[in-house]
Design a protein around this ligand. Structure first.
Ligand SMILES: Nc1nc2c(c(=O)[nH]1)N[C@H]1C(S)=C(S)[C@@H](COP(=O)(O)OP(=O)(O)OC[C@H]3O[C@@H](n4cnc5c(=O)[nH]c(N)nc54)[C@H](O)[C@@H]3O)O[C@H]1N2
Ligand SMILES: Nc1nc2c(c(=O)[nH]1)N[C@H]1C(S)=C(S)[C@@H](COP(=O)(O)OP(=O)(O)OC[C@H]3O[C@@H](n4cnc5c(=O)[nH]c(N)nc54)[C@H](O)[C@@H]3O)O[C@H]1N2
Ligand code: SF4
Ligand SMILES: [Mo]
Length: 743
């Protein structure tokens, strides 16, 4: 029997709509859904490969338990009941024998793309009560969230470029042609840029590498790594000096800002960045003059030593040029489910506690992942004795990951919720595999928050669960109950009740909520009447209290889960619209341009820039369209062709270090070295080398047959766990001083 089913791809932030052909239970074709209001038919090779992830023989289908270690490790399949019990017992034992902080948790990137993790993961993590909570956020986007919290009053208040109407798109340190956009849900980016240019607009890219995005830009500037903060501040200064600033009425302390950043003139910026002062002035004038401009900076900005200052400067450019909250500028989306308003995620907090060993402040309840290893290795009260990883591969993804692997090996107990036996999970005692991406329903609770249009899209799971296999939310819900001592027959419905109960109670208590003051029990009873459970029941609640929802009868006909089911291609609520100042959640209800916490970091920037010239060679990262962080290299169709884990080197540097294309170089940083295959290319700035992250699949004890044939090297052997943006605790993954030796 041949069926066509609609779905969405939940691999990256673009959430492309899919059309799947399923013949006798096998997926025979996946293509883009041209009727999806956001993705408009776009799909990339990873989306097509969803079927290959499903059929990958190395993907785990049943829980496995390890006996022995290293080369002697033996993995045995065990039942779900036994596995869940073993994990709950192992984790509880560490806590009972020590204290609550003896449990370390690592939350990886795919949680953001899993509906079940978003609805039921937070409740599980809360259950653990440990302060030793780490995630991929501190090697990623915390600077955005931290600055959003300070300037707009909530960690999820991140303005999004109005790409479909902007006329000047200024991009620093992002490569959406490869990444498909980040903190900017922008599927079909290639066509959107084409349209931007066709209407006379410009895209200007600052990147040390001539990236896929730089190639389709109107202009590309080979900026020196980690000098962006200075260039951006010089642009802000130019706006102020030339009378081009046009800030809205709801901003404060423009004068204090001028004083704080006075040193960053375009001439000074030229000396540290290599971008001519005249170009900085010209681009600033063009940015200010265009009919709708949007400045955007991503991984290349947030994962450097001044990630927070960079994101602050991006905001300043948008605000001062009058482009914040402007059509064609940057706007705050209004998602059908607003995680910033319904209690799923709080406003954010900073420095309520600190890490035990290095005294680093928490952000939003988590500690910098660069502190993970020392919290395992350093004896004393609060030492981590057991670890749970949830969809994470920190051995490949985080600074000095190789040594983190050694620390994992010494734990009393470790468990992983993961679909692969890989570099991280090989240290687990038990692995609990959730179903594959195609076996789960999806609504993107997080990333529709950052979409370039207000859309909503729900898709039921295209493929059924395997026999006896729990969904990801059930695994998390059951673990929470078992950890608290419930017996093995624990019904996940109990945990489900708790998760939804806490959301309903939050909603009725929140004065911003549309059901403020209503009867929580009545709402819960309404939600139970239709027989939905798990994520679907939560979704229905959140849609109904969202901006387009029916608020339980108050405005009949609004968004409900049934409405989304009835519109399987997705619902388009329209283009982004201005929402300020009402949306601001700062104590004053206004935006502080020179927030003291940010302004206080300026002297550190000046000091660091003085030492820049002394760094002859620095390393940056790289992403590729056919790759997804560390975990899709076991899919043959995605890794075929020339090996991609290469060290890109400029021809001048190749001559200086005696390197040849196709040869090898030993790359050494303060903390480690790797031998990488050399690719000589003019697409990189002299003095800069680039290595992608997420490779290094040569560790014994993994079960990644395809990946181990093209292992590549782990670039995070070179990144330094001591190098952080101190404001946000985010690791420095770009601009790392290295030396090269030909091999
Ligand atoms: N040097 C350097 N390092 C970087 C970066 C960089 O640019 N340079 N980028 C950083 C960024 S932005 C990020 S987000 C991190 C990512 O860091 P991580 O989240 O730690 O790593 P991933 O590679 O995303 O690994 C995801 C893990 O989840 C598993 N998995 C996949 N799908 C599922 C699922 O649906 N459910 C479950 N339970 N498991 C699943 C995979 O097998 C894998 O073990 O890496 C960071 N590290
Ligand atoms: N195909 C694919 N898509 C992905 C991912 C993936 O691994 N593969 N990962 C997903 C994840 S988790 C994320 S967070 C996003 C990231 O999304 P993006 O940020 O768009 O992705 P990157 O390719 O890391 O882009 C960072 C750019 O910054 C540049 N850069 C490095 N250092 C500097 C610097 O100092 N200054 C400037 N100006 N630029 C610098 C790099 O050369 C690179 O081009 O992508 C997501 N999408
Ligand atoms: S761009 Fe992202 S969401 Fe779209 S198909 Fe590719 S991986 Fe999936
Ligand atoms: Mo990320």
């Amino acid at each position: 029997m041949t069926q066509t089913k609609l779905g969405v791809c939940n691999l990256c932030e673009a959430i492309c709509g899919l059309k799947l052909t399923i013949e006798d239970g096998a997926v025979t074709n996946i293509r883009g859904n041209e009727d999806d209001p956001l993705s408009r038919g776009h799909i990339c090779p990873k989306g097509v490969a969803l079927a290959d992830i499903y059929t990958d023989p190395d993907r785990l289908r049943r829980p496995i338990r390890r006996t022995g270690t290293g080369a002697d490790a033996v993995w045995t399949e065990i039942s779900w009941d036994e596995a869940l019990d073993a994990v709950a017992d192992g984790l509880a034992k560490a806590v009972n024998e020590n204290d609550k902080n003896a449990l370390g948790i690592y939350v990886g990137n795919p949680n953001a793309h899993s509906l079940g993790s978003m609805t039921h993961g937070f409740e599980l993590i809360k259950t653990f009560k440990t302060r030793n909570k780490f995630s991929a956020s501190s090697v990623d986007q915390i600077p955005h969230m931290y600055v959003g919290m300070l300037q707009f009053g909530h960690q999820l208040l991140l303005p999004v470029a109005d790409i479909d109407r902007t006329n000047y798109f200024l991009v620093f340190g992002a490569n959406p042609m490869a990444s498909n956009g980040s903190l900017m849900t922008v599927p079909d980016f290639p066509n959107r840029v084409r349209e931007l240019k066709a209407r006379g607009g410009k895209m200007v890219v600052f990147d040390p590498r001539r990236t896929e995005t730089a190639k389709v830009a109107s202009e590309h500037h080979f900026i020196r790594p980690a000098s962006d903060a200075v260039v951006l501040m010089a642009m802000v200064n130019t706006l102020l000096d030339e009378g081009l600033a046009n800030p809205p009425a709801y901003v404060d302390n423009t004068d204090a800002l001028g004083a704080a950043i006075a040193d960053f003139t375009p001439e000074y910026a030229e000396t540290v960045s290599g971008v001519p002062a005249a170009e900085i002035r010209r681009i600033t004038r063009e940015f200010a003059a265009a009919d709708g401009s949007a400045a955007y900076g991503r991984i290349g900005l947030s994962t450097q030593g001044f990630g927070s200052i960079c994101q602050w400067a991006i905001n300043l450019l948008n605000i001062l040029s009058g482009n914040l909250d402007r059509v064609g500028g940057v706007l705050f989306p209004e998602p059908a489910i607003d995680a910033a308003k319904n209690g799923l995620l709080g406003a954010g907090h900073f420095d309520i506690w600190r890490s035990r060993v290095r005294d680093m402040p928490e952000f939003g309840g988590e500690l910098p992942v660069s502190c993970f290893r020392e919290e395992i290795d350093t004896p004393g009260k609060g030492q981590i004795k057991a670890v749970l990883t949830l969809a994470g591969n920190p051995v490949l993804s985080t600074p000095d990951g190789r040594r983190l692997a050694e620390s994992f090996a010494g734990l009393d107990f470790m468990a992983s919720v993961d679909i692969y036996l890989n570099e991280t999970t090989r240290h687990a005692d038990v692995i609990l595999p959730p179903p594959s991406q195609l076996q789960r329903s999806h609504y993107d609770l997080l990333l529709l928050q950052f979409a370039v249009r207000n859309v909503a899209n729900y898709s039921p799971a295209p493929l059924p669960l395997d026999d006896g296999q729990p969904d990801e939310w059930e695994i998390l819900a059951k673990l929470a109950l078992l950890f608290q001592g419930a017996d093995i027959d624990a019904d996940p419905a109990t945990a489900d009740e708790r998760a939804i109960g806490s959301l309903v109670h939050h909603a009725v208590a929140d004065p911003h909520s549309r059901v403020h003051g209503r009867d929580a029990d009545e709402i819960l009873a309404t939600l139970s009447a239709d027989g939905r459970r798990g994520p679907e029941r939560m979704l229905d609640l959140m849609l109904r209290i969202g901006p387009f929802g029916d608020a339980f009868g108050v405005a009949p006909g609004g968004a409900t889960l049934q409405m989304l089911i009835d519109h399987p291609h997705g619902v388009d609520f329209g283009a982004l619209e201005p929402r300020l100042p009402e949306l601001l959640r700062t104590p004053s209800g206004r935006i502080e341009l020179a927030h003291p916490a940010l302004a206080a970091d300026v002297p550190r920037l000046l000091e660091a820039m003085a030492g820049m010239a002394a760094q002859p060679l620095v390393l940056i990262g790289r992403r590729h369209l056919r790759s997804n962080n560390s975990w899709m290299h076991n899919i043959g169709v995605l890794v075929k062709g020339a090996p991609r884990c290469t060290l890109q080197v400029h021809p001048d540097d190749a001559v200086e270090f005696g390197l040849v294309d196709g040869g090898y170089a030993t790359v050494t940083s303060r903390v480690g070295s790797v031998d990488a295959a050399v690719e000589v290319t003019e697409a990189i700035r002299p003095g800069v080398v680039s290595l992608p992250h997420g490779w290094g699949h040569s560790m014994e004890g993994t079960r990644l047959r395809v990946a181990s044939e093209r292992p590549g090297v782990n670039s995070n052997v070179l990144t330094d766990h001591e190098a952080l943006d101190p404001l946000s605790g985010t690791s420095v993954l770009n601009g790392i001083p290295v030396t090269l030796v030909a091999r």
